[in-house]
Design a protein around this ligand. Structure first.
Ligand SMILES: C[S@@+](CC[C@H](N)C(=O)[O-])C[C@H]1O[C@@H](n2cnc3c(N)ncnc32)[C@H](O)[C@@H]1O
Length: 272
């Protein structure tokens, strides 16, 4: 089965790719979305490229709804996003309108995305996630709720920012409960790190916000330090921000609170 891609406006994507792979041994639903092994010299990944296990509901959702809501950051077979002549994301073509754009990095199962996008119909939301079950869950919820202001990117958010997003194009970047990578030897995998934040800041418009949240205190401290050290960001709160009501509670927040951990929000504005 081959379908046109009305939502993303990119080239045709072969949806059989959702169901099987060319791996003759043990094809699994979603195999076509597997991440290629990291190439020599490629920047470090902030996620574990796990092979996905998809149940029937998510396999069906992905197969049916991927052409409407999804694009791949890196794989033309799965459909790349529409781009402008300079090669950067054409958000107006992707969403079918001009509106401020919010990037949600590591949207997980998509619980926060659907709540925030439903409450904020004047802005468009681009959720980017490396893990396929979360992507499939999110597109299923978008369809069930009839949301039109969300699109979903599969792949590495940093790759998306490096190669696809135009500078000065985002109204906000959300990074909620990023993987804390608690072991010292893994700290280099944290997404909130100076070089990554400089990249994300350059994708924001001046006046746009970077909003991070975590229940891992040492990471919260790192978030504050990184934001404070970035020459183009200003933290209007001076330290942690009061928990904003618009950030929905997800299972990561509940789990942290249940374990007695404080949840911290760090919100900074691009000022230069
Ligand atoms: C701990 S989960 C949090 C999910 C969600 N934000 C929430 O609060 O429920 C972190 C997610 O970030 C994703 N992730 C980590 N690095 C990423 C990257 N560079 N690009 C896309 N997704 C990433 C992981 O796959 C994981 O699903």
């Amino acid at each position: 089965m081959t379908a046109a891609r009305p939502g993303a406006g990119a080239g045709a994507a072969t949806l059989d790719a959702v169901r099987t792979s060319d791996d003759p041994a043990t094809p699994r639903p979603g195999d076509a979305f597997r991440h290629a092994p990291k190439a020599e010299g490629e920047p470090i990944r902030t996620f574990h490229p796990r092979r996905a296990t998809l149940g029937e509901r998510r396999t069906d959702a992905l197969e049916r709804l991927w052409p409407r809501y999804g694009f791949s950051v890196h794989d033309p077979e799965l459909g790349l996003p529409p781009t402008r002549p300079d090669g950067t994301l054409d958000a107006a073509a992707l969403f079918g309108r001009e509106a401020p754009l919010v990037l949600e990095i590591g949207s997980g199962m998509g619980d926060a995305t659907v709540v925030m996008a439903a409450a904020d119909p004047g802005r468009d939301y681009l959720a980017v996630e490396a893990h396929l079950p979360g992507i499939a869950n999110l597109v299923a919820m978008l369809d069930e709720q009839g949301l039109t202001n969300v699109r979903v990117a599969h792949g590495d958010a940093l790759d998306l920012a490096r190669r696809v997003l135009a500078p000065d194009s985002l109204d906000a970047v959300h990074v909620y409960f990023p993987d804390p990578w608690p072991k010292a030897r893994h700290h280099k995998r944290r997404i909130i790190a100076p070089a990554h934040v400089a990249l994300l800041r350059s994708s924001l418009t001046v006046g746009g916000t970077l909003h991070c949240a975590t229940d891992w205190e040492p990471y919260a401290e790192q978030m504050l330090e990184v934001v404070d050290a970035d020459p183009g960001l200003t933290n209007p709160h001076g330290g942690y921000a009061p928990r904003p009501e618009h950030r929905p509670v997800t299972r990561f927040e509940r789990r942290g609170l249940a374990a007695g951990r404080a949840v911290r929000d760090v919100i900074a504005t691009r000022t230069a």
